[in-house]
Design a binder for this molecule. Structure first.
Ligand SMILES: Cc1ncc(COP(=O)(O)O)c(C=O)c1O
Length: 373
C-alpha cells in the first residue's frame, strides 16, 4: 500500500552520495572533503561548552545574533541573511519555496548533487548543461544563459564541485542580468569560495540587494572545518528572503550552532585567512608532484584537485580503494555521472599532510603498475 501513497517523485528517489565517509574509521586520512586543512579553530570546543549552559531554553527561532554578525562581516543588511542547518538545508529550502512540479531547472553537469536532488523532489524537469571535459570543464556563461528560456532557476557552483573551476565576477553578473530578463532565479553556491584568495574579488554577496533573482549560499563547514556542526547561511534580496523565511523549518538551528557560529564569525577570521595563505603555495607544490605520478593533471582554480585517471588506467572507485590501502581517502567521483568515473578528487592540506598524501599516492601508483590490488 505504501507504494501507492508515496509521492511519485519520492518513489524513484536515490540519495545523493558525498565524500567524507570516515565515521567508522577516524584513523583514515580524509582528503575527500574540502574543509579547512588547519582543522577547526582551537577554541571551538570551549565555545561549544560555553553554549551548552543554555540548552534548557528553546533556541532563538529568528537566529538574530548570528544573522547580525554575518551581516556586519559581509556589509549587508541582517534581512539579507538567512541561516540553515548547513548550506544543505538552504539548497533544499530554495527548491521547496520556489520550485513547482514541471518547472524547468538548468544545472551544469557535473556539479554538487544536492541541487538536482532538491529540485527532483519538488517534481522539476532538470536540464543538464554539460560542461566540456576537453576544455577542463570550463563554464561558458553565455552558453548557459542561452538555455534559460522558460527556466525557473539556474544553479552555479563557484568554484564548481567537483571540477575546481571558477567563474569570473563579470560573467556571473551578466548571467544574473540575463536571467532576470527571462524571470529566472540564479542560485549561486559560494561555499567553496571562502578558502580562496579570490573570495572577495569573485563573490556576488555585495550584489544581492540590487538583484531580485539572486540567491547565494555560504557555509561554516568548509571555512572552519566543522561539518559535524551544521551551520550554513545564505544571502538574497529582502523580498526573496521573506519567502524563504516563511517556508523555513522552525528552530532549524540549535542553540549550540547559533552561539558557536556567532563567535566564529566575530572572533576567528584570522584562522580562515591563515589557511587561505597556505593553500595557494601548497596547491602549486602538490600539483607539480601529482603530475609526476599521475600524468597530466589540470591546475585547479580552487584548493582541491579533479584529476583524470586515464594515465593510471583505473576507474575512480578502484583508485579510491588503492589509496585506502595506504590510509588515505579520496573521492570516488563516479556518483557525479558521465565522464567523472574516470576522475578522482582530493584536497590540498598542510605541507606535512600533503607529503603524507603524496607518499600514499606514490605507493598506490606502484601498486597499480605492478598489478597489486
Ligand atoms: C559545493 C557544496 N555546496 C554545499 C555543500 C553543503 O555543505 P554544508 O551543508 O556542510 O554547508 C557542500 C558539501 O560538501 C558542497 O560541496
Amino acid at each position: 500500500m505504501i507504494n501507492k501513497v508515496v509521492r511519485p517523485e519520492v518513489r524513484s528517489m536515490e540519495r545523493p552520495r558525498h565524500g567524507g565517509d570516515v565515521w567508522d574509521d577516524l584513523d583514515v586520512k580524509d582528503y575527500s572533503s574540502n574543509v579547512n586543512p588547519l582543522g577547526p579553530p582551537p577554541r571551538l570546543e570551549q565555545y561549544i561548552i560555553e553554549a551548552a549552559s543554555e540548552l534548557h531554553c528553546y533556541p532563538d527561532d529568528s537566529c538574530a545574533r548570528l544573522k547580525g554578525s554575518i551581516a556586519s562581516r559581509y556589509g549587508v543588511g541582517a534581512d539579507n541573511v538567512i541561516v540553515g542547518a548547513g548550506s544543505a538545508e538552504l539548497i533544499r529550502l530554495f527548491a521547496e519555496v520556489f520550485v513547482s512540479p514541471g518547472d524547468r531547472i538548468v544545472i551544469p553537469s557535473p556539479t554538487f548533487a544536492e541541487y538536482g536532488f532538491g529540485c527532483r523532489l519538488m517534481g522539476a524537469r532538470l536540464v543538464d548543461h554539460v560542461l566540456p571535459c576537453d576544455q577542463d570543464f570550463k563554464l561558458d556563461v553565455a552558453e548557459l544563459a542561452g538555455q534559460l528560456d522558460g527556466a525557473k532557476a539556474v544553479y552555479v557552483c563557484n568554484p564548481n564541485n567537483p571540477t575546481s573551476r571558477m567563474v569570473g565576477r563579470r560573467d556571473l553578473l551578466d548571467l544574473v542580468d540575463e536571467a532576470a530578463r527571462k524571470r529566472t532565479l540564479v542560485f549561486l553556491d559560494e561555499t567553496l569560495l571562502e578558502l580562496s584568495s579570490r573570495s572577495a574579488e569573485l563573490s556576488l554577496v555585495p550584489e544581492v540587494e540590487g538583484h531580485e533573482n539572486l540567491f547565494i549560499i555560504r557555509s561554516f563547514t568548509k571555512a572552519f572545518a566543522m561539518p559535524g556542526l551544521r551551520v550554513g547561511y545564505g544571502f538574497g534580496p529582502r523580498k526573496m528572503l521573506q519567502y524563504l523565511e516563511a517556508g523555513r523549518l522552525t528552530w532549524n538551528l540549535g542553540t549550540i550552532e547559533q552561539r558557536v557560529a556567532t563567535r566564529l564569525m566575530e572572533e576567528e577570521q584570522e584562522h580562515v585567512a591563515r589557511a587561505v595563505r597556505m593553500l595557494e603555495d601548497e596547491k602549486r607544490r602538490m600539483h607539480a608532484r601529482a603530475e609526476r605520478l599521475m600524468g597530466k593533471v589540470p591546475m585547479p582554480d580552487s584548493y582541491f584537485f579533479f584529476a583524470p585517471l586515464d594515465a593510471l588506467g583505473v576507474a575512480s572507485a578502484e583508485f579510491r580503494q588503492h589509496m585506502l590501502r595506504h590510509g588515505v581517502l579520496v573521492r570516488d567521483c563516479s556518483s557525479f555521472g558521465g565522464v567523472c568515473s574516470g576522475y578522482t578528487r582530493f584536497c590540498v592540506k598542510t605541507p606535512e599532510k600533503n607529503d603524507e598524501f603524496l607518499d600514499a599516492l606514490s605507493s598506490a601508483v606502484d601498486d597499480i603498475a605492478e598489478g597489486r590490488s
